[in-house]
Design a binder for this molecule. Structure first.
Ligand code: ADP
Ligand code: MG
Length: 146
């Protein structure tokens, strides 16, 4: 296993990993989460949002496609965090929702579940994180992998 691979043994650990990543984000990042249903993408996102100082509850955007969150007060540069679930949409849908206006822009962070479904729209600078189900409690999470 390489240094970018983590095996978490609980959803709490997966959230913790998300919170840790949050500390590294400054704005303009596109965080692409790939992997099957139940692999932990939303759980990781909850930790990421918490780490970014967003107040909960953070429900899955599955039925909304995009959710927009405000970062904590005092975050001088960051204006919003976009959480997208691309499970039921295609590239055209996401373009119609203004993807180009916020993705990669310095004042925004974009988190995309099922990003592999809109791969052709994702800039090469994006960070990819792959989620794999091992068993009931364990998930393999690999940074930098589609
Ligand atoms: P996805 O968004 O990829 O479909 P979710 O995060 O919504 O996945 O669901 C993951 C489910 O698996 C949750 O019910 C969570 O409690 C459970 N789970 C069990 N172990 C883990 C783990 N190690 N990491 C993340 N989720 C876990
Ligand atoms: Mg999800």
């Amino acid at each position: 296993m390489n240094k970018n691979t983590f095996v978490t043994i609980s959803s709490i650990q997966t959230k913790k990993l998300g919170s840790l990543l949050a500390k590294e984000l400054r704005g303009s990042e596109i965080v692409c989460l790939s992997g099957d249903l139940g692999a932990g993408k939303t759980t990781f996102t909850q930790g990421l949002l918490k780490g970014l100082g967003v107040k909960g509850p953070y429900t899955s955007p599955t039925f909304n496609i995009i959710k927009v969150y405000n970062p904590k007060a005092g975050s001088y540069k960051l204006k919003a965090i976009y959480h997208i679930d691309a499970y039921r949409i295609n590239s055209k849908d996401i373009l119609d929702l203004g993807f180009k206006d916020f993705a990669g822009k310095p004042t925004f962070i974009v988190i995309i579940e099922w990003a592999e479904r809109i791969k052709k729209l994702i800039p090469t600078t994006a960070l990819w994180i792959k989620f794999e189900w091992i068993n009931d409690k364990e998930r393999k999470i690999t940074l930098g992998k589609k």
